[in-house]
Design a protein around this ligand. Structure first.
Ligand SMILES: O=P(O)(O)OC[C@H]1O[C@H](OP(=O)(O)OP(=O)(O)O)[C@H](O)[C@@H]1O
Length: 383
């Protein structure tokens, strides 16, 4: 094994990040001198289910397929779907068979993370929400996690290496370790050390739950940093949490009662969409980790739907190449390609690769914008 058990980019590019049966299939087809022209589609559900998911990971998929003698079409990154194809590949089967495993992995994991991020985004549309969850997954996945969190509309992320990949700076506050390094009861020294040493462009958000009551620590942080303090983070541990909303309101109340300036209150620790809905009117921002990073991968499969231009599929899957449409009412529709679609249906499948060349631009910001607009149209995560 390698030092960190990472399957590297070269192995993925060579099609070694595959299931062994694809390599056996290559041998069998070559032995029989059979290499049909096929159309394959990636789907999670055949017909619309009403349960939307958000497509992400498409740039990785395009990079994987680049240079192969195939054509591909896909819905845009940042599009919600609840059935039908998200990606179609057309070419001779042996030219791309071994890439199925990696292709599905790219799309399944990134789409799951982006979907969870969009749920979170919709739960607190006006709050500053950061992705804190890369720590829960293999560090090699940090870039994928944080990029997908941004596609789902989150405002930022904490993973530094992901920031290097994405060309965006990681954000965050301070860990409990900082206070603990100064010893019990010495939180003031920790907050001051941070303020003294860290670049002034970094907001001063004091973590205020390490040793004592949140109100007590917040008042002490205000006293310590004065006007330099931008906000506080409460990450109250589960065993002490009780009524988190009450704790936050109490903090705000006690600041006001002393005529102290309003500061931002940032919350974290095991939060999900329901928590954000409950807390969004009493807090300014949230750090969300596991809910986003630990999302279960979307159950994508890649299936042959045409062989030599004739409909073909295993049972349970729909043969024939398809088109998917978004209608004004937010509906997602699946129909056979080349047939009439629904009235006012916007066709979502667009060229991705033509004869091996990637013919689409990718942008995280554009995908996030699309995701938010699509969430508005479809009602995804609304409440
Ligand atoms: O619970 P999640 O939503 O997955 O959030 C991710 C982590 O972010 C917070 O950690 P913090 O920075 O406070 O960690 P620390 O206790 O190690 O300092 C929180 O306590 C979680 O452990």
């Amino acid at each position: 094994m390698t030092e960190f058990d990472i399957v590297g980019a070269d192995a993925i590019r060579e099609g070694r990040a595959t299931d062994a049966y694809f390599l056996r299939t290559e041998e069998a087809l070559r032995g029989a001198d059979r290499n049909p022209h096929v159309a394959c589609e990636v789907t999670a559900d055949q017909f619309p289910t009403g349960e939307f998911e958000l497509l992400a990971g498409l740039q990785n998929a395009a990079n994987l397929l680049e240079g192969l003698p195939i054509d591909a079409d896909a819905i845009p990154e940042g599009t919600l779907f609840d059935g039908g194809p998200v990606l179609r590949i057309e070419g001779n089967y042996l030219d791309f068979a071994r890439y199925e495993s990696a292709l599905l992995g790219f799309l399944s994991h990134a789409s799951a993370v982006a979907t969870a991020a969009l749920e979170v985004r919709r739960a607190a549309p006006d709050s500053n929400v950061l992705s804190f969850g890369a720590r829960h997954v293999h560090p090699a996945l940090g870039g994928m996690i944080e990029r997908s969190a941004l596609v789902g509309g989150l405002d930022g992320f904490s993973n530094v290496a992901a920031g290097d990949l994405l060309g965006k700076e990681a954000s965050g506050t301070m860990p409990h370790a900082l206070s603990i390094c100064f010893g019990r009861g010495n939180q003031e020294r920790a907050w001051r050390a941070f303020d003294d040493a860290v670049d002034e462009s970094v907001p001063r958000i004091a973590l205020c739950d390490t040793y004592s009551d949140e109100v007590d620590e917040v008042l002490r942080a205000v006293e310590t940093l004065g006007d330099d303090l931008d906000g506080v983070r409460l990450d109250t541990t589960g065993s002490r949490r009780g009524d988190f909303r009450h704790i936050v309101r109490e903090v705000t109340w006690e600041l006001a009662a002393r005529d102290l300036p309003e500061i931002d209150v940032f919350l974290s620790g095991g939060l999900g969409p329901a928590d954000l809905r409950d807390l969004r009117d009493v807090a300014d921002g949230f750090g969300v980790g596991g809910y986003v990073s630990n999302a279960d991968p979307v159950d994508f499969a890649l299936d042959i739907v045409e062989v030599d231009a004739e409909p073909a599929a295993k049972r349970g899957k729909l043969s024939g190449t398809k088109e998917v449409y978004r209608t004004d009412d937010g509906g997602h529709h699946v129909g056979l390609r080349g047939r009439e679609g629904p009235e006012n249906g916007e066709s979502l499948m667009e060229p991705l690769i033509r004869d091996g060349e990637v013919v689409r631009e990718f942008g995280v910001d554009a995908a996030a914008k699309r995701a938010l607009a699509d969430a508005g149209r479809t009602g995804f995560g609304a409440e």
